[in-house]
Design a protein around this ligand. Structure first.
Ligand code: PEP
Ligand code: MG
Length: 805
């Protein structure tokens, strides 16, 4: 085989955009009926899109250490299933190991090149390999090769990566479906396979946690709604249906096949409607449904059951039960939530089988939709303008339906035990999607309370949105930079939405949580670069890994400690794991060439730690310099002031770093000896305690004397009562949750720097945190903010809550 892909045509096809690629993936899903076919269609399509001679997929084996050639176009087909290579070996293994693309023009000259005669590979020169990653776990590698040497440019690499991103979930779904209905023995084997792919199967004795609070569910999509319950009648309860079989097995089979066909057609219509309404990314959520309906195994199992039972309904019910059993073994909530997709497909088929259509009563304006499970199809079937909120008995926040609700900003709560049993159609309900609460038939007082909260919120947001493009400047002209705290690339949207002046704290450890393991250097560099480029010229402050303490990451296998908050956490951990620390420093430096990147060191408690970290930064710079890698040689290196020792030695630290960022969350915890995560001492935790203020003051003064900037990046920066005091203490940057930026801006606009300085002086002299609260509240009142017609009532409520807490 080989040369199947038009190698004699001119190279460099037009690069397809994301929409085209999504359409391609939809096409693959529609045409594939099992794992092998899915993979084969993937390689054919990718080879065509990139105009390469070869495209292959390697899947990671269950022992986690090997990759197997699982589909190819261009290499010998007989090699499929036979060629295996260890993760880390050869260029393909390198892509899996690095979890980043490997692009090589002269593959055979590369030191990691490995030759596999079985593949016929010697005929190919250039290679590009990208890992297939699902929820942070590498499940395989997608590879293209060309006969003639070819330079893959940046756009092609990006496109290839996008392809891999879109294809990876389709591959894992196909693999998941291939496991259904296996024997016990096979299932045990599959467990290893699933575990390998991040879909962990719990051991028998592990019991899933049960929720116990009535009408308390999982906060799934923020927002408050009050309305009347519209109960989506479960169209068909497959477990209990009065089905009359025809008595003729052949007729039953014909009916079932017709139902499958019709269900598929209906699904295509829905998919198209959703695509038209919300765009192709949304319609992609139907891929799983189509994969199930097209799955050879699904149809074969139905036929087999039908042969045994002679009853289409029984056959469908039994097959769904087999799927349920498989999915119930899956520990990962994301994959477990895919069962909702199977149920949805089952209902669709049954509706067709019975010749019924799904009928829903028309929705009233402002309905609270109550359902068994939030399904993507709901968003296509229902009139979205009329849905005030959606709540469900089952499902979790990562189901496709939940994701859609969030994206569409429809308040949602999921996983409310016995909801359908309790709820009455037409009754009034309050849904608080941010808290995960649902109140049925609430009294007038509660309704009035939530109505006020909702109104306050809407008016205040409307007012604050209008400030988006204004600078944060006090009445007497002192500018305060208002930046945002982030941790994921997806947070960038919020930074934009709320008009932040940059990122004051990028918590890189969040990447570790999102990726289930910290990304490799190249992947980190790509992520950091993406963030830096997106924000440029606005600054981005990357904080090095701050793991340990309450940010425990099980996969790190850290040694348990008696008192982790005082143990080997944060910079201490980094200085012990030098390889990982060096890799992170290099990644941040490599991303710094846009000139807007700052590096922040957490939990510094002595000048020795700062010096050691700076030495490592210098070494990393030299390393990059000698390999000709561009970076910002003048990258500012800052210190987090979050332990009292740092605040008390701020003079010395300020002389040897470029900026301070005060982490008041930890500074409060360590100053007041109050565990920030222990609700029993939560009433003692208060960053406005004069002792904490005194350390902030000391740090700010040291920074001013050394001529370096100082920011606050703890939650305190978004506490309205604290803002006047922090500004008065000389803080010039406040970094808060993105959504708090507008309200902080409005407060800054209402301040006079001279008055704020006076507030700060009084606060430092205060005896208790309560006195400081009063000073902050008086300033907000004096600035007219608490009486402000738009934000006053809402702000008063926040102030009241902060004062009480
Ligand atoms: C802090 O301690 O104030 C801080 C910003 O860091 P984190 O909350 O991530 O510990
Ligand atoms: Mg901290």
């Amino acid at each position: 085989m080989g040369g199947l892909c038009g190698c004699d045509r001119p190279r460099g096809p037009a690069i397809p955009d994301r929409v085209t690629l999504l359409a391609d993936v939809a096409e693959i899903v529609a045409r594939s009926h099992d794992l092998d076919e899915t993979l084969q269609n993937v390689v054919e399509l990718v080879a065509k899109r990139l105009d390469t001679d070869v495209c292959s997929v390697y899947l990671v084996e269950e022992d986690l250490t090997r990759l197997t050639l699982s589909a190819t176009i261009g290499l010998y087909r007989e090699a499929v299933g036979r060629v295996q290579l260890p993760v880390g070996e050869g260029l393909v293994g390198l892509a899996a190991e690095r979890r980043a693309p490997v692009v090589v023009e002269q593959a055979e000259r590369h030191p990691r090149y490995k030759y596999f005669p079985e593949t016929g590979e010697e005929r190919f020169s250039s290679l590009m390999a990208v890992p297939l990653i699902v929820r942070g776990v590498t499940i395989g590698v997608l590879v293209v090769q060309t006969r003639e040497p070819r330079h893959f440019d940046r756009r092609e690499v990006d496109m290839f990566q996008t392809c891999a991103q879109l294809i990876a979930p389709v591959v894992i779904n196909a693999r998941l479906l291939s496991l259904v209905g296996q024997s016990e023995e096979e299932a045990a084997r599959s467990s290893a396979q699933l575990a390998l792919q991040g879909i962990r199967v719990p051991s028998a004795e592990r019991v899933r946690a049960q929720r116990s609070v009535e009408l308390r569910g999982i906060a799934t999509s923020r927002g408050i709604a009050i309305g009347r319950v519209h109960r989506l009648e479960n169209p068909l309860d497959l477990a209990d249906l009065d089905y009359q079989p025809s008595g003729d097995p052949e007729q039953e089979e014909r009916d079932l096949l017709r139902a499958l066909h019709e269900a598929r057609r209906a699904l295509d219509d829905t998919r198209e409607e959703v695509g038209d309404q919300f765009g192709p990314d949304f319609s992609a959520v139907f891929h799983t449904h189509i994969q199930i309906l097209e799955d050879k195994g699904f149809v074969a199992k139905l036929r087999e059951e039908l042969r045994q039972t002679g009853n289409a309904y029984e056959a469908l019910r039994n097959v769904l039960q087999a799927y349920r059993r498989t999915f119930a073994r899956v520990e990962d909530p994301y994959f477990r939530d895919r069962m909702a997709d199977v149920e949805d497909v089952g209902r669709r088929v049954m509706e067709q089988l019975l010749g019924e259509r799904h009928h829903t009563k028309p929705l009233e304006e402002g309905s609270i939709v109550v359902t068994d499970n939030i399904l993507p199809s709901h968003f296509a079937r229902l009139d979205l303008d009329k849905i005030a909120a959606i709540v469900s008995e089952h499902g979790g926040p990562t189901s496709h339906g939940a994701i859609l609700a969030r994206t569409l900003e429809i308040p949602a709560v999921t996983g409310i035990e016995r909801l359908l049993e309790i709820v009455q159609p037409g009754e009034t309900a309050i849904v608080d999607g941010g808290e995960g609460n649902v109140f049925l038939a609430p009294d007038e007082r509660l309704i009035a309370e939530y109505q006020r909260a909702r109104q306050r919120y809407a008016i205040a947001i409307g007012h604050l949105d209008a400030l988006r493009d204004l600078a944060a400047e006090t009445r007497d002209g002192r500018c305060i930079a208002l930046t945002a705290n982030c941790g994921l690339v997806s947070d960038l949207r919020l930074v934009e939405q709320h008009g932040a002046d940059g990122i004051g704290l990028f918590r890189t450890e969040m990447l570790a949580f999102a990726h289930r393991g910290f990304p490799e250097e190249d992947e980190q560099e790509q992520l950091y670069e993406r963030v830096a480029r997106f924000l440029a010229p606005r600054p981005v402050t990357f904080r090095t890994l701050d793991l340990g303490g309450d940010k425990e990451m099980p996969s790190l296998g850290a040694t348990p400690e008696e008192n982790p908050q005082l143990g080997c956490r944060s910079i201490r951990l980094s200085l012990l794991n030098l390889d990982a620390f060096r890799a992170q420093l290099r990644a941040v430096l490599r991303a710094s060439s846009s000139g807007n990147v700052r590096l922040l060191l957490p939990m510094i408690s002595s000048i020795g730690e700062l010096r050691r970290a700076r030495e490592l930064v210098e070494e990393a710079k030299q390393e990059l310099g000698s390999s000709g890698t561009p970076f910002d040689a003048a990258i500012p290196v800052g210190v987090m002031i979050e332990v009292p020792a740092a605040a008390l030695t701020a003079e010395a630290l300020a002389r040897e770093c470029d900026f301070f960022s005060i982490g008041t969350n930890d500074l409060t915890q360590y100053t007041l000896a109050v565990d920030r995560g222990n609700e029993r001492v939560a009433h003692l935790y208060d960053p406005l305690h004069p002792a904490v203020l005194s350390l902030i003051d000391r740090s700010a003064r040291a920074a001013a004397r050394a001529g370096i900037p100082v920011s606050v990046c703890g939650e305190m920066a978004s506490n309205p009562l604290a803002v006047p005091i922090l500004v008065g203490l000389g803080i010039t940057e406040l970094s808060s949750t993105p959504s708090a930026v507008p309200i902080v801006k409005e407060i800054v606009h209402g301040l006079d720097y001279g008055e704020a300085e006076e507030d700060a002086r009084r606060a430092l002299a205060a005896g208790t945190a309560e006195e400081v609260h009063a000073i902050g509240a008086a300033r907000l009142r004096h600035a007219g903010l608490l009486e402000h017609p738009d934000i006053g009532p809402w702000l008063s409520q926040i102030v009241q809550r902060e004062s009480l807490s």
